[in-house]
Design a protein around this ligand. Structure first.
Ligand SMILES: CC(C)(COP(=O)(O)OP(=O)(O)OC[C@H]1O[C@@H](n2cnc3c(N)ncnc32)[C@H](O)[C@@H]1OP(=O)(O)O)[C@@H](O)C(=O)NCCC(=O)NCCS
Length: 191
């Protein structure tokens, strides 16, 4: 039986129970009275994978700067970024950014990128990060595509890439910055 395109949020607790049962190696039936019988008899050994599948399937992108601090800290912590240790300042920095594009799955923040610029010539993208569970699903590419579109007439788009992300940035249109060497004054000990 196929997993439905979308699952009513009321079902989620039951599905989470199913996950727990699946983790314990049990096979159970989703038999609660209020479950739609169409998928109430679905066996749950693959419950976790399927739940993730439908959750991850519905991703929307927003340009709001009103971002929940809990989600922000979770996103930055999960990628081990030190700015998670300064949540108030981090939130303010995102609010002060010229543009922020965020990615959402079922109202859960799963990724974001921000941009600061001089308004006409140069734009810098300080942050781009996606929840690890969602890596490799095109979220980073879409966020960068939307940011690049906003600044498409600018002379220079700058990022300082993590070593591990160089191939990603090359795949979304960036190239090494000639003979330049990125330099900074930095208070974190990550990167
Ligand atoms: C880097 C990051 C933002 C990429 O986002 P993502 O949603 O996982 O990437 P996408 O799924 O959009 O990938 C787009 C393309 O880049 C490739 N790619 C993604 N991450 C890659 C990596 N680390 N190395 C090589 N290629 C990579 C994908 O294979 C994909 O190629 P394809 O379109 O030809 O299949 C994400 O992995 C992340 O949050 N990493 C941790 C934080 C970080 O390093 N941010 C960059 C700061 S400079």
């Amino acid at each position: 039986m196929n997993w439905p395109e979308s699952v009513p949020s009321a079902l989620e607790p039951a599905i989470i129970d199913a996950d727990i049962a699946a983790i314990r190696g049990q096979w159970i039936l989703l038999a609660a009275d209020d479950l739609n019988s169409e998928y109430a008899d679905d066996r749950c050994a693959n419950g976790r994978a399927r739940r993730q599948e439908w959750r991850m399937g519905v991703i929307d992108y927003r340009s709001t700067k009103e971002l929940p601090i809990v989600d922000i800290v979770n996103l930055y912590k999960s990628n081990e970024w030190s700015s998670a240790q300064k949540p108030e300042i981090l939130l303010k920095a995102l609010k002060n950014s010229e543009n922020v594009i965020s990615a959402w799955s079922e109202d859960r923040l799963i990724g974001l990128g921000n941009a600061i610029s001089d308004g006409c010539l140069v734009v810098y993208y300080p942050h781009l990060l996606v929840l690890p569970d969602y890596h490799g699903r095109g979220v980073g590419r879409e966020i960068i595509r939307q940011l690049k579109e906003i600044y498409k007439d600018f002379h220079q788009h700058i990022i300082v890439s993590e070593f591990n992300a160089v191939n990603f940035y090359q795949s979304v249109g960036f190239s090494r910055a000639g003979n330049t060497v990125p330099m900074w004054i930095y208070e974190g000990n990550d990167h």
